[in-house]
Write a protein that binds this ligand. Sequence first.
Ligand SMILES: [Zn+2]
Length: 1020
Amino acid sequence: MTIEASDAGGNGASAVVSAAASDGVPDSRDAVNARKSRWSAVLDWARSPWLALRTEYLQMNGSTPWFVPALSGSAIVVALLGTVVVVRAYRRRQDVQKGRVGINASAGTDPAAAQRTRRAAYRTRAPDAERLSEFGQDSEVERSISQHARTERSEKRLSVGHTCPKHIAFRVDMSVADIKAETQRIIAEERALAEHISSLYELVRGGAPLLKPPLDFDHTFQLWADMEAKHAARRSSVTFPSFVSPHSDIRAASVEAQRELAKLDVELSSRADVYRVLRPIADEYEIQLRDALRRQRSSLHAPVASRESRREQLRHKRESILEQAAHDQDYDDFGRQTPLGAQAAAALGLTLEHVRYMRFTVRDLERHGAHLDDQLRERLVDLRTRIADLCIEYQRNLNEENTRLWFSAEELAGMSPTFLEGLRSRPNPAKPEELEFEVTLKYPHYFPIMKHCSVEETRRILEKLFHSRCVPENVFLLEETVRLRDEAAKLLGYPSHAAFVLEMRMANSPENVEAFLHRLSKRLDKAAHAELSELRRLKRKDNLERYGVLLGLEPDNEIRMWDLRYYMTKYEEQQLQIDHTKIAEYFPLERVLSNMLDIYQELLGLRFVHLTQGQRWHEDVRLFEVRDAQNAALLGYFYLDLHPREGKYGHAAVWPLQPSCVRPSKVQETTAPRGKVATPSTGTSHVHHASETATNALQLNAMHSADGERQVPVAAMVANLSKSSGGRPSLLRHEEVVTLFHEFGHVMHHLCSKPRFARFSGTRVERDFVEAPSQMLENWCWDRQALERLSGHYERLAPRTPRDDGQSESAGAGAGTGGALVPEPLPSTLIERLQQTRRCLIALQTRRQIVLALFDQALHHAPTREKLEREYGADRRNSRSRSRSRASGHRNSQQQQQQQQQLSSSSEMLVDGIDTAELLALLQRRIGLVPMTPGTHMGASFGHLMSGYDAQYYGYLWSEVYACDMYAQAFADQPLDPKAGYRYRQLVLAPGGSRGANEILHDFLGREPHEDAFFRLRGL
Ligand SMILES: [Zn+2]
């Protein structure tokens, strides 16, 4: 899963490169005056001996000899130069020590045009009064805010580590006051920019020429893009702590910041006054682009040069371009990024990415109702603000969920001693000589117990609580959100929220998504039923062994939700004779991590450096620098925050903290000279790979991302893997290894992307494509060669094979003994069995995904809902009158259970009175084949629906189609081939969202994608 800031709002992600801290403001007037007086003192001092000499000479001879003024003058010059050097060095040192010097440190002294200085005002991290007044910000407020921030700067230790690499503008040491102040600054600056653009309307209305300053791209769209680029890291600095900060007050302040910024996004992305300036400009560009395109095409038909030989030479080339052009007429040349489109855009001084950015910005405004009349727009803003609030509330409830249960060792039968050792324990009150263990509903506790605990009652209690997490509060929040989303979509003229969302996705329409899910479900039907009866057989056998047959009555052999994982695991263990606990012994966290990083480095041509001094938000967090393996160019940074903590985000996800883009201050230089066709820059591309990757697409890509002046991306990967403790390494289950690989794939997507605009950085691609690059990289966790490299028994050693040479040291207990022994890699019999587990019970697992995806679609698209009801026979209960209690806050589990019982069904919800619990139960029964436990409602903890995956959960399955296709085509034969890996990095990861996913796929595959590999993996 990746987490994005608002995808729809134009201001979602953005960033700052300047490492200037807020107190590192460039010289104010006072400082200049102080410096002047220092200079005159220095001058006097340098002059004094020569003045004395002159006086003496005058006394002796009565006149000044010619050499005295000359000597005196040159001495002054020398002294001045010396002083300048010393003072500069001293100041520089001080700046470095204070962390003031950043990439933009020279911006203040850059003798660029006045226009650039004006623009720099937007970029300033800590605006001074003079700059702000330009856009009418209240500098008094600003001053009082920073005053407040200084006085309240926390006494607590907010971060660990010493320095923050200067390219990281994202800050980890924000106190509550810092967060508040910075949020207010961001809001003020973004509003000021909107005001500025709005003020251009007088010119537009007065008929000022469009596409000429200040009504051209540079003075409108570019300013917006610059702000996005500069603000993203600042926004992350105030919003990210809500997920990871160890301090609850900081988390709370950060949630508040999220709320305020979400509100700001809603406001800015629906500003009609901004829209009425930008729309005519964009329209004029579209007209001119089409004109240029027509000219490009007709010039292809123009009479050719007189010389016969030249004509011959060119004939073939022209023909092929014409052929391409004829083909392109069916497409949109700018949207599809054809060479002709690129040339037409270049004629206007733009790249195709500029055109895309312009279109996306206008489209985002329209999708937020900026074009609607005031009344409708205000209603829309109300709805969006409310929705954003509800989503944040929902997520916070989930993050803060803190149920704790105590189980005796007997109740946890089946769990390994290692697992029990990792739990908190206390003497059992019932039997003081025994221990009892604390279990939470966090993943590292819940999933192992659901898989291995042989006590059905324990599983039943846990499953029920797990799928009832936050029910009292969150069911209401979800249903209310769904209702508001529907209203908002209809206000904009869409039939449903899903239709509104999917318009911008690969899938395009709810009908396509539904058809895809149904097609998949049908094809899996037979296999799923067969798999389920295998599980029933196991349970029956289990029950017979345990209880025998009493009076000819058999116990309940039906598979329940709490049985599902247990018997799936059991089936796998028996069928494939696989023991995941044994396999986990080959995957000690530290070794897996370092080997995984090695594989990624080799495959993608990267180099990672662990920065032990870098500033972090908790001592568990690690910071890495990423460089290109070929030319050592800095590509970015990533944080790994892998272990659970109280109050921390409970799943695994990646946050892009700072986007990859061309640095705002340099955009001007790299786009100049305007009006010329840019030559594809070979830039930093690797010479020895260049021939393989020099496709048309790559050239186009290079054209608009001249390297060198980039803002480097920063990402954070957050997971909840148990920590190594007491000399015993944390052993990862294979599925955790897969998750690690998957999430790290998102990190790589973010770090390898090289778009021009922050708007298209890294994972900001179509949501139903975003998982594909990561899912493809999961394949390495199933490949023999990669598994051998990844694994290493935490105790046992084996003779070193030649391949092991040069591998990094392992943290496994047996490592470091040196000589010819290395940790024993996963034996090939186990690898084979492990590989077989991939297909084991895959129909049931995929069906579960389909249930969730259809639930999501049904919530957000009424026709899907109706169709499902028709198809699966709506056996809705008529218990529609039960009231719903929604007291929130208390997490007392007894009270929670009472509330759930009251909750199980009701009708006041949703547009046409469908109960979400009932809907989910229906799908789970008919498609998932195992009934939902009464009283539970997974919708209350289905975070995806409230964090940007609404109407898009299908994306996991959808993008897997592409992941399978890409892997089968490019890697299946040689998974660790660095050439293929490099090509993947360049063609799939590098564009980020600057090109459409369909195009990216087409370039990489060399054909249209198809579903074959996806079904093959499922044995179909
Ligand atoms: Zn993901």
